[in-house]
Design a protein around this ligand. Structure first.
Ligand code: NAI
Length: 478
């Protein structure tokens, strides 16, 4: 009798690996596991692609782009563009955005299938060692088993007292991405990444936006001079920044608006009435209701699941990646962790999370993009540094794009090794890629300065900043 005939049929509920969560961490991990020949299942309760692709990065960038096209057309007179009867069909704009997410989510399903990864739609919970209970749409529960489990459950918007999300007047970022009409007035609580990106969108579309930020300035986690061009442009757009203000409560008015009770930096009460309120004060990890206790796993005091450089939790056979393990809550960090976790599970020798930097981008106007510590942090560390800076205002390509705000800054140690790069300006999100490569390859400012950059390009700002950091500026005086 042939050997294979003696092998009992494989239990269909038993997988080599189960990934809980199909966002940019989970689906990337699953693709890599599939490629490694592991029988893999992804369990996702909503749509493949997670927050990033369906209600986060991608849809917000679509609305950012569309609102910029509108604004540029409106402001084109100086370039000889006169747009008569220019208007926004918001329903079409939102539909266009949704179609992009739909297409990308379908693409992920295709990639998973092509890598022999199975997908189950349902809500997963750990149910003891190697077991996962999945509640399906019809309410039934199915149990699957896995040798290795990857938790990639992401994060959710934080709610604050007095501002319970109701999808009507008080919105989280998901609801703010799918409004049925452009509100006349909007308050944004939290002058962070989401608040400023979406505040920009609605202000460009004609909404009067007020940002309420508890800290002394917006985007408090970036250097003040990097944020300044954004601050100035938002003000020009009509956005009001109420910094050092706390949002304490809200109530609906008789005509369906929201009245906000705020307190300013001096402790004085301030009131504001708007059509919509977007609350964007950060995100919390989705580690609750995951059945962690059934395997003896505990989230830390802030709700994150602690992992080591191999993305291993304290419990053997259980890994965690992405927002649920901690900051920065960025899709590209999650994807990298997903790849590493898959390599560890597949037994790749030396697999570990070992990256020199994770770029950070804010899609405001102008955009902000950084790698490495802030200038303030480096100065506070007492390390001897050199700084090279170049303003987009002096760059030909930036002028031809009518986008002269901001600068690129390269910070090195005394030997010229690049420690950090900060860009605020046009296409900063794209320009930061060469900075990331430079840091990853331990390049010096001289390496960057010796690299011939195409002319005319925005990337020449990086070249000029590198030249300045070496002490040999070209298109600016020393
Ligand atoms: P955030 O952490 O960027 O900003 C929250 C802001 O709210 C902070 O400035 C904070 O000082 C302020 N704040 C906190 N409590 C407040 C209160 N009660 N009243 C007024 N202000 C208050 O958080 P955000 O914007 O919600 O984004 C969450 C995460 O999502 C980000 O940390 C980021 O990791 C991710 N994200 C990334 C994007 C990107 O990479 N471009 C885009 C959007 C989100």
């Amino acid at each position: 009798m042939a050997e294979s005939a003696k092998t009992p049929p494989q239990d269909p509920t038993l997988y080599d690996a189960v990934v809980i969560g199909g966002g940019p961490g989970g689906y990337v991990c699953a693709i890599r596991l599939g490629q490694a020949g592991k029988r893999t299942l992804v369990i996702e309760r909503a749509k493949l692609g997670g927050v990033c692709l369906n209600v986060g990065c991608i849809p917000s960038k679509a609305l950012i782009h569309a609102s910029k096209v509108y604004k540029k057309a409106k402001d084109g007179a100086a370039m000889g563009i006169i747009a008569a009867d220019l208007r926004v069909d918001f329903a079409t704009m939102v539909g266009w955005k949704d179609a992009i997410s739909g297409k990308l989510s379908g693409g992920i399903a295709h990639l998973l299938k092509g890598n022999k990864v199975e997908v189950m739609v349902g809500s997963a919970k750990l149910a003891g060692k190697g077991r996962i209970a999945v509640t399906l749409a019809d309410g039934s529960v199915q149990t699957v088993q896995a040798k290795d489990i990857v938790l990639a459950t992401g994060s959710s918007p934080i709610e604050i007292p007095g501002f319970a999300f109701d999808g009507k007047g008080i919105l989280d970022s998901t609801a703010a991405l799918s409004l049925s009409a452009i509100p006349a007035t909007m308050a944004v609580i939290g002058g962070g990444v989401i608040g400023l990106e979406l505040g920009d969108v609605y202000a460009r579309l004609g909404c009067k936006v007020t940002v309420i930020e508890a800290a002394e300035r917006i985007l408090p986690f970036f250097d003040a001079d990097v944020v300044r061009p954004v601050e100035q442009k938002q003000k020009k757009l009509g956005i009001q920044h109420l910094t050092s203000h706390k949002a304490e409560g809200s109530a609906y008015t008789a005509d369906g608006k929201v009245n906000l009770q705020l307190r300013d930096g001096k402790g004085q009460p301030v009131e504001l009435t708007v059509d919509k309120v977007l609350v964007a004060v950060g995100r919390r990890p989705n580690s609750r209701d995951l059945g962690l206790e059934t395997v003896g796993l505990k989230a830390n005091a802030r709700g994150f699941i602690d992992v080591d450089a191999q993305l291993r939790t304290q419990v053997a056979g259980i890994y965690a990646i992405g927002d649920v393990v901690g900051n920065p809550m960025l899709a590209h960090k999650a994807s990298k962790e997903g790849e590493v976790a898959a390599e560890v599970i597949a037994g790749v020798p030396g697999a570990a999370m070992d990256v020199a930097c994770i770029p950070n981008v804010v899609y405001t106007d102008p955009e902000i993009a950084t790698v490495g510590p802030t200038l303030q942090e480096l100065q506070a560390s007492g390390k001897a540094i050199k700084i090279g800076k170049f303003g987009f205002g002096a760059l030909g390509r930036a002028m031809t794009a009518n986008a002269g705000e901001g600068f690129a800054r390269i910070i090195t140690d005394q030997t010229g090794l690049i420690l950090a790069v900060q860009v605020v300006g046009p296409e900063a999100s794209e320009l930061i890629a060469q900075a990331g490569l430079a840091v990853e390859m331990a390049a010096t400012a001289e390496d960057l300065a010796l690299t011939v950059h195409a002319h005319p390009t925005l990337a020449e700002a990086m070249l000029e900043a590198a030249l300045a950091a070496t002490g040999h500026p070209l298109h600016q005086l020393n």
